[in-house]
Design a protein around this ligand. Sequence first.
Ligand SMILES: Cc1ncc(COP(=O)(O)O)c(C=O)c1O
Length: 415
Amino acid sequence: MRTSDPACPMTFPHDHDAEGRFDWLRLRLDELADADLIRRPFTVESAQGPVLTVVDDAGRRRELLNFCSNNYLNLAADPRVIAAARDAVERWGVGSGASRLISGTTSPHRQAEAALADFMGADDALLLSTGYMANVAVATALAGRGDTVLLDKLDHASLIDAARQCGARLRTYPHGDVDRLADLLARADGTGRRFVLTDSLFSMDGDFAPLREIAALKSRHPFTLIVDEAHAIGVFGRTGRGVAELLEVSDAVDVTVGTCSKSLGGAGGFVAGDRVLIDALRNTARPFVYSTAPPAAAAAAVVAAVEIVRSEPQRRGRLLAAAASLRAMLAEAGWDVSPSVSQIIPIAWGGASRAMEAQRVLLDRGVLAAAIRPPTVPRGTSRLRLSVMDGLPPDAPTRLLDALSAARERGVGAK
Ligand SMILES: Cc1ncc(COP(=O)(O)O)c(C=O)c1O
């Protein structure tokens, strides 16, 4: 489908650019459309939760089971989190006025940092507007020309972009391949500092990084270990700190990056670690220094959400039980759910067009599951990424399985 086709799901009609100023962009969009890689968000008309109200192009409102959110603990619309944000808006207003270093640091920002540091068992924490910015802050402040940054092939784009921006030499090891990582570390001996950047729970595959094995390499080839716990915070570990806590390697992790946008149900990112690390970031990390502070209300919401995660461990217990049960049901029905060990369960679908068609079949049955296509995942590995959320209705798994069977019957199934 071309962008000039009236049915094409793009926001601009063909003749808006009559002068042809952006023909080269239209060509690029046409190529994406031909490969079924065009993206367009649908409009959600409800708060984030287990069921979403969505409005389609014809203006019809529909209720959809939400199998595609990172709001894993269902805190995005928790009344206590909403109240904290609402009170903060009334007290502090909406905008922060300037960078944190100029006039943007309010007491909710400080409280959020104290709460995050305490929750993560770190000396200190630094709050930023997004998790993406937190990764850029860490990589660009710590690594530079002459250093080597080593990345897992499936690291999240924010880690890759962060590494690209820092000016260090980049080396990528195949997903989870610790031997190859050891080899690359050895080759980087004597050439500046070495940094290993990895997701702890991979966002598109639902598996863990081999953090124990990676940590064990430190004695042979010292390096700084930076772990992004975005999808694991609030879900894994005895106190919800993430995969490093679960695998008992927290002491080997030098820098932890997290988001407030997933299990914590809000917005923002953070870095947790030693006081000197956080002081250095506060002074030199460009996404912190040169960007307006996140709203105080976002920080207040973080404080409330952290308190809930700490005081209601049953939420992660329920979530993990629901995820294990869904993985078992899917496997029983013949779906390949490996390599997932978590609340993120990808179902391999191959080509982008087939994954999109499967998403449409599910949508017709009231189930929202995201078709994940290149460049988010490698070519030929498009998938439906299912994510489980605490609070899904009891019949959600069977409705999902019925919808997947319908996709399979329509000939678009992965198996
Ligand atoms: C592993 C990982 N790190 C960082 C981010 C970015 O976090 P944020 O959405 O808060 O910018 C994401 C997701 O979006 C992620 O999956």
